[in-house]
Design a protein around this ligand. Structure first.
Ligand SMILES: [Cu+2]
Length: 383
């Protein structure tokens, strides 16, 4: 099964050598290299000052007006219409700028999941994407999150998945392929879809990166042909059993009150291959389709509002426990420590974000949502 031969390090080197240099976004050019970590929420900014005038507020997609929701998905589709800046001979799946993000995410997967970079690397990945929507596609609205706790009872019953032009597209067409086996001790019932997404803004979208099984994390490789173009539709299998079980309000409140960074990480990510799925994996499996793969899930546009919600849970925990806000969980910089890597500290340099951000950035610079490159907050705190 794990007959992949492309070592992850080699894949990383490939993408680095094939990147076409692109001008950094203006807001990141202003970064002050002497900026140092200071107390939570009071760090020096890279660019413009972060204050009540300049801060942006992220909101629940389901609470946005229909026209606001459509403005957001229009901006995402605009990104999908921009040219790729990655060498398409080496990375045929990178067919447009939107897919550049998904391609980079695949290439960094081993370094930014189930490890101490997970929260901050994804926080900045989301920020780059948000900035791109604004600067490349003129998006002026709020950056939305998907409150998957509020939709846990039945995700298909809410505007975000109702399949209208104001949604994030609907469920996949019904295709029952049986229970979903996640490990020797965990299998979950099939959801209510399973096939191609045919409604809403992303109807009939092609998601060209083929499924990569999470078990590849155990040896740190990628399958042969991981970046080959495939004519695969975007699929979903919305699953109320999974959302009711793993992403309900009580689970999120518990995470927002985790006693320390290790417990927080455990409540988010569980233990891969075991019956403890965690909120993050639970949210992924409640959507199904490409979202079932840690590697290739960023192809589905719902990935961004989902991960913004994960960031909201992280931000809420930091606000609830300011004395813990800059603590890490003691793990290393590789998924399951494959290949072995040093324990990550606040001074450790993050893996890069492909051509979107190649300057070295330390973990501590990405700890606060109102310092370093960031200036945002959420419309409320999970308390
Ligand atoms: Cu990820």
């Amino acid at each position: 099964m794990l007959n992949s031969i492309l070592p992850f390090v080699a894949a990383t080197a490939l993408i680095s050598s094939s990147i076409v240099s692109a001008a950094p976004f203006s807001s990141h050019e202003a970064r002050n290299p002497s900026a140092q970590w200071s107390d939570w929420g009071q760090g020096k900014e890279w660019g413009q000052p972060c204050n009540s005038e300049t801060i942006r507020t992220r909101v629940d997609f389901n609470k946005m007006a229909p026209a606001e929701r459509k403005a957001y998905t229009d901006a995402v589709k605009c990104l999908m219409a921009q040219p790729s800046q990655i060498d398409n001979a080496e990375y045929p799946v990178a067919v447009n700028r939107y897919m550049d993000y998904a391609t980079i995410h695949v290439n960094r997967t081993q370094h930014v999941h189930l490890d101490a970079f997970f929260l901050t690397w994804h926080r900045y990945f989301l920020w780059l994407y948000e900035s791109d929507l604004r600067e490349t596609c003129g998006y002026k609205g709020a950056f939305p999150y998907w409150d998957f706790a509020s939709t846990a009872s039945n995700p298909t019953a809410f505007p975000i998945f109702d399949g209208s032009e104001y949604s994030m597209s609907g469920n996949g067409v019904y295709n029952n392929t049986g229970p979903i086996v996640l490990g020797p001790t965990l299998s979950i019932p099939h959801g209510s879809g399973g096939g191609c997404v045919t409604t809403g803004p992303f109807a009939n979208m092609v998601a060209p990166i083929k499924y990569i099984d999470p078990s590849y994390l155990f040896n740190g490789t990628l399958p042969d042909g991981a970046f080959d173009y495939n004519d695969i539709c975007l699929m979903r299998d919305l699953n109320a059993y999974v959302s009711q079980t793993y992403t309900n309000e009580a689970e999120l409140v518990a995470a927002a009150h985790a006693a320390n960074a290790s417990q927080f990480e455990y409540l988010l990510n569980g233990v891969i291959g075991s019956s403890s799925l965690g909120i993050h994996s639970g949210a992924h499996f409640s959507v199904g389709g490409q979202m079932d793969s840690i590697h290739v899930s960023a192809q589905d546009p719902i990935w961004y509002p989902l991960h913004t919600m994960i960031d909201k849970v992280y931000t809420s925990w930091q606000i609830n426990y300011p004395e813990l806000a800059n603590t890490l969980d003691g793990s290393t910089g590789t998924a399951l420590n494959v290949p072995p890597s040093p324990v990550v500290t606040l001074n450790t340099t993050e893996p890069d974000w492909g051509y979107f951000q190649m300057n070295p950035i330390q973990v501590q610079e990405l700890i606060s949502t109102t310092a370093g490159p960031f200036c945002y907050q959420y419309d409320n705190v999970i308390s």
